[in-house]
Every structure is written in C-alpha cells, then in structure tokens.
Design a protein around this ligand. Structure first.
Ligand code: ADP
Length: 159
C-alpha cells in the first residue's frame, strides 16, 4: 500500500485543494488529508469546523481519509506508515517556503519524500486567503469552493 499525507491549514478547503487530492490519488493508493493543530496562523474556521468541511468534501472521496495531527509532520507520517508528503505549488511565490520545509523535513526524516503537484491552470490563483477575502467583501465564491464551504463562509460573514 502506498500512502501519502496532504497536510495544510485548509481554512477552508477550496477546489484547488481538491484538484491536488485528485492528482495525488493517481499516484498513491490512499491519501490522508491532515489538518495541523500547531498552526501559528489565526484561522477563520476553528479546527473542528475545518475538519467538518473536509469530511463533507474530501472525506467523501474513495481512498481519502481526513485526520488531524499535533507536532511534527514527519512523526505523523511515520506513525501512519506514509512514505510521501504532498504539497501544492501554484506559483514561484510558493516555492521558497515549500523548498525550505521539504528540505527540513528530509533532514528530520530521510525516508519521507515531499512531492509537489500543480493544479489545473484555473486554480493557480486560488487560495483559502483570497476566497475568505472575497466572501468577506460579499462576493460570490461558488466557483472556487464546494457548496458546503460557500455556505459556511456566508454564515461566518452573516450573509
Ligand atoms: P498551509 O497553511 O500549510 O500552506 P493551505 O491549506 O493553505 O495550508 O495549503 C495546503 C497545501 O495546498 C499547500 O501546499 C498549498 O500550497 C496547497 N494549495 C493551496 N491552494 C492551492 C491551489 N489552488 N492549487 C494548488 N495547491 C494549493
């Protein structure tokens, strides 16, 4: 069994994340979508809300499991028997941070490979941050996120 972990904040999950998950499933038998606890960012959605939205979307796809983890990603990968970490690359701006993380994770655990996947072109400009900004300003985000996420965003911003 080949298994990969797709870690992130998923605040909230977007169609870009789902595109990456679909690509990862072509390479691995199963994919664990994992929300990190120890996030220094101030999320819009609580951990439980983010997990619920993930379960309603990614969690419905065959061979995808939704999980949360605390501590080091490589420790979680080891505990789950995963040999790879999936990250999405949209633009050059993602590269520096991702490069640093991948090499640090390799230093910590040489047996785990980081694999970068590019989404379809129309999602290269999509991020959770921009979706939240559009929703906050009253814009329509239905083309960028699953329906339950659009609903949750509207609720957050009292629409
Ligand atoms: P993090 O806070 O760890 O960056 P995110 O939830 O923002 O978590 O993203 C998780 C991963 O998914 C990251 O590797 C990010 O680059 C990638 N990602 C986010 N949005 C997209 C997208 N539209 N297309 C491809 N990859 C994406």
């Amino acid at each position: 069994m080949s298994r990969a972990i797709y870690p992130g904040s998923f605040d909230p999950i977007t169609n870009g994340h789902l595109d990456v998950i679909g690509r990862a499933l072509k390479l691995f038998d199963d994919v664990i979508v994992a929300v990190a606890h120890n996030d220094e960012k101030q999320p819009l959605f609580s951990l439980e809300e983010r997990l619920d939205l993930l379960r309603e979307t990614a969690g419905k796809i065959d061979n995808v499991r939704v999980a949360e983890f605390e501590g080091l990603l490589v420790e979680f990968a080891r505990a789950e028997g995963a040999g790879a970490v999936i990250r999405g690359l949209r633009a050059v701006s993602d590269f520096e941070f991702e490069f640093q993380m991948a090499l640090m994770n390799r230093k910590l655990e040489a047996s785990v490979e980081t694999i970068f996947l590019m989404p379809t072109e129309e999602y290269t400009y999509l991020s959770s941050r921009i979706v939240k900004e559009i929703a906050r300003l009253g814009g329509d985000v239905s083309a960028f996120v699953p329906a339950c996420v659009a609903k949750a965003l509207n609720r957050k911003f009292n629409r």
